[in-house]
Design a protein around this ligand. Structure first.
Ligand SMILES: *Cc1c(COP(=O)(O)O)cnc(C)c1O
Length: 369
């Protein structure tokens, strides 16, 4: 490639669209603290996801951390290590103990058949991840949670705009968190939102995201500051207008990648079910098995770099291998997560990626056969 191609590139609206909101900000001098633009974004988001209780926050991580705090949990949380640092950190920063469950090879989400064996008297919640926007087995997770009286809080950072059998993915579990970080398929510069299904919990989250302040003289909770500002909300409103158009652009790339990279010995793709699931097509991971392909994942990664293609090892290493977690005692053996993390390479995927560039990336990989 002549130019560097990164795994993603933030989506921006036309400058004029954003400037309209900037004018409003300059007129009102309202920069943050649940301003008018943030309220409008809040409304549009709830309408879009068809949920009653949601809250925009300054980033996805704080949304997850504070949602977990809002539930007032203690004890062990069953989750997966095949994810971004945020998921495990949000659990541990709430003084909860992560218990790692393995994932399924077909889609890298939590293997629901292995959850029950990890449940103890101390288990309080399950935090599954819709990783790459692959929906977890929401039905099985729900029935396990019901049986054992556990909360289910989805890390849906990758899954904005998706639905399962026509039902928005935000509807599942007790809560879900979405990320609107610049690198995600829908951004508000930094940002995120939490979806809950209970008005008391929403109120608690609302208080927690603004220092636990109740009114001018009363502070009832040890909250944080996770408010979304007006500039973020404005970007979110602009980008939301273009979300579907950008989703379809990514689908074209997805279809091409899938067609060109299927059926290669030693390269595996995830199992997609487009009849049941509306995907947002925000990632395209491939899994390289060095016993069957001519080289391993790391060699393919290095080779692509020499061609200016910056693919990424999402997610390697798994979070349970992080230095900060090497001394903590956690339970759960995750051989599949480990194997997938050693094989994965996420290819460039974003709305403005030129289809011919995607084709050229596939050809580089095919040439290695
Ligand atoms: C991006 C991401 C987050 C955190 O979201 P931010 O908006 O970056 O704080 C959490 N979980 C996963 C799986 C993510 O990819």
């Amino acid at each position: 490639m002549q130019e560097d191609i990164y795994v993603t590139r933030p989506t921006l609206p036309e400058l004029d669209e954003y400037i309209e909101y900037l004018k409003q900000i300059w007129d009102t001098h309202s920069l943050t603290n649940m301003g008018e633009i943030c309220q409008k974004f809040h409304q549009k988001l709830s309408d879009y996801m068809n949920v009653e209780y949601c809250l925009p926050l300054t980033n996805g991580h704080m949304a997850l951390e504070l949602v977990i705090q809002a539930f007032g949990l203690s004890g062990e949380v069953i989750t997966t290590p095949y994810t971004f640092a945020s998921t495990t950190h949000a659990i541990v920063r709430n003084n909860l103990a992560p218990v790692f469950c393995d994932i399924r090879e077909s889609d890298c989400t939590i293997d629901a058949d292995k959850i029950e064996e990890l449940i103890t008297d101390n288990t309080c919640a399950i935090v599954p991840v819709h990783v790459y926007g692959m929906p977890c087995d929401v039905e099985k997770i729900e029935s396990i949670a019901k049986k054992h009286n556990l909360r289910v809080i989805y890390d849906a950072a990758h899954a904005f705009g998706e639905s399962i059998n026509g039902k928005n993915i935000a509807a599942f579990g007790d809560a879900s968190m979405f990320s609107f970080h610049a690198t995600k398929c829908f951004n508000s510069i930094e940002g995120g939102c939490a979806v809950l299904h209970d008005d008391e919990l929403l109120l608690r989250l609302y208080q927690l995201h603004n220092f636990g302040i109740m009114d001018e003289e009363n502070v009832d909770f040890v909250g944080a500051n996770a408010k979304m500002n007006e500039f973020q909300a404005a970007m979110g409103l602009c980008n939301l207008e273009h979300f579907e158009e950008n989703r379809l652009k990514r689908k074209r790339l997805f279809d091409l990648y899938r067609e060109m990279l299927s059926g290669i010995d030693g390269i595996r793709l995830l199992d997609y079910d487009e009849d049941r699931i509306k995907y947002n097509y925000s990632y395209f991971p491939i899994f390289i098995d060095d016993r069957k392909f001519t080289m391993g994942r790391n060699a393919v990664y290095e080779y692509l770099l020499t061609e200016n293609v910056h693919a990424r090892k999402y997610f390697y290493p798994i979070t349970s291998k992080f230095n900060c977690y090497k001394d903590i005692k956690y339970k759960g053996d995750t051989p599949i997560a480990e194997k997938m993390s050693e094989q994965v390479l996420a290819l460039p995927m974003y709305a403005d990626l030129d289809i011919e560039t995607a084709r050229a990336i596939c050809e580089l990989i095919i040439k290695l056969k």
